[in-house]
Ligand binder design. Structure first.
Ligand code: PLP
Length: 404
């Protein structure tokens, strides 16, 4: 009899020596020994066995010819099928193209749809990539405030629209607030955009990490007239731990609109393009085995989310709400206390914990007074990270004591 499979997400599953060599972007490989990096949103676990096996099998065959500009048929079919089956989106393989990461997909769509001086509305706070791709296209990001809870302020949105506004950039689910927008919210945004002639760039890279009872709705699952004004960006970094493979997808309801986007990219010239090996991995992620791994990962993350929120709520002065989606907690710091950058530096140097500060650079001005913590790790690493957070906060607040 073969032994039972090793638990996928237990403490022993975190390959620390490999992460110290390979996990960059503020994570293990960039921190001094002894620092726990609950920083960039990147899981501490190895990818699903089905993905690793697909990579090995493809590699063993040794044929690495050029792929087609829009991506391998295997990739486009797998992503379109996944969007249809899991999201109810009306998407054909011809409406999907492979891109070199979700970040590159955002940049490509922004470049295609914005002329220099055009305005694009982006949430504040939001992941830096959204305003970044607008600026990199010569556009002007116009910030629309968003809160953790409560209705979207559509009147404020209307007031931001000018004759130069071309685009509304969504991040659904929202990094760093962990909000997952309802169908009704998306429909009201869609109707407004349709009426005002705006297009919608929907960053759905977090759509695999949604905790029931929250339900994710893709822009491409809205009624056809709304789906038609949108482009969806998908990724494999968050749900499938493939950040280093730099692979993502752009999907549109209309294959002709997608073909125009592809033609405007540098993929037909081969200057850009996605490594075929990465596309093979992404297609394997969309397989039944890949999705079963994702379900197990999500169950683990739901427990880590509760562990995180319970521990943070026990630290005096912090404000935090339970994210409906994503594996980040956006933590409000005590009013009048240390600035996020100073706190993050002190926690790293004195307590061995690295977090992301809520600086304008990472999340816009709306991130002020916050730090972000990623909980996609093991129970034991997270417990120790949260203990260090608590100790660090207690050290800044003499007399209040540590409750972690
Ligand atoms: C909202 C958002 N969009 C895009 C990305 C980029 O994903 P990728 O690494 O697949 O380019 C991230 C990564 O953190 C993100 O949080």
């Amino acid at each position: 009899m073969s032994p039972p499979p090793a638990p996928l997400f237990d403490d022993a599953a975190v390959p620390l020596p490999l992460l110290r060599q390979r996990a960059f972007n503020q994570r293990w490989a960039e921190q001094p020994e002894g620092v726990i990096p609950l920083t960039a949103a990147d899981p501490d676990f190895p990818a699903a066995a089905v993905i690793r096996e697909a990579l090995v099998a493809h590699g063993r065959e040794g044929v690495f010819s050029y792929g087609p500009p829009g991506g391998l048929p295997l990739f486009r079919e797998a992503v379109a099928r996944d969007l249809r089956q899991r999201r109810g989106a009306a998407v054909e393989p011809g409406g999907v193209m492979a891109v070199n990461s979700a970040a590159a997909g955002l940049a490509l769509v922004a470049r295609h749809w914005l002329q220099p001086g055009d305005e694009a509305i982006v949430w504040d706070p939001v992941d830096f990539l959204l305003p970044h791709v607008v600026r990199a296209s010569g556009g002007v990001p116009v910030l629309w405030s968003i809160e953790r809870h409560g209705p979207l302020d559509l009147e404020a949105l209307e007031r931001l629209i000018t004759p130069r506004t071309r685009l509304l950039c969504l991040c659904n689910p929202h990094n760093p607030l962990g909000r997952c927008f309802s169908r009704q919210e998306l429909e009201s945004l869609g109707r407004l955009c349709l009426a005002r002639g705006l297009r919608v760039l929907s960053d759905e890279v977090w759509s695999d990490i949604v905790y029931p009872p929250a339900v994710f709705t893709s822009w491409l699952a809205l009624e056809p007239s709304l789906a038609a004004i949108g482009a969806v960006v998908q990724g494999f970094s968050k749900g499938f731990a493939l950040a280093g493979l730099r692979v993502g997808a752009v999907a549109m309801a209309d294959p002709e609109a997608l073909a125009a986007l592809l033609a405007a990219s540098d993929q037909p010239s081969t200057v850009d393009g996605v490594a075929t090996l990465s596309q093979v991995a992404a297609a394997a992620a969309c397989s039944p085995e890949g999705l079963a791994w994702l379900a197990a990962f999500l169950e683990h993350l739901g427990q880590r989310r509760d562990q995180t929120i319970d521990a943070l709520r026990a630290i005096p002065g912090l404000r935090v709400s339970r994210p409906e989606a994503t594996y980040v907690a956006f933590v409000g710091l005590p009013a009048g206390g240390e600035e996020p950058e100073a706190l993050v530096e002190r926690l790293r140097l004195a307590h061995g914990l690295a977090l992301v500060p809520g600086s304008p650079r990472w999340f816009g001005p709306g991130g002020a007074g916050h730090v972000r913590l990623c909980f996609a790790t093991s129970e034991a690493i997270l417990a120790e990270g949260l203990r260090r957070f608590s100790a660090g906060m207690a050290a800044a607040q003499p007399g209040r004591g540590s409750s972690g």
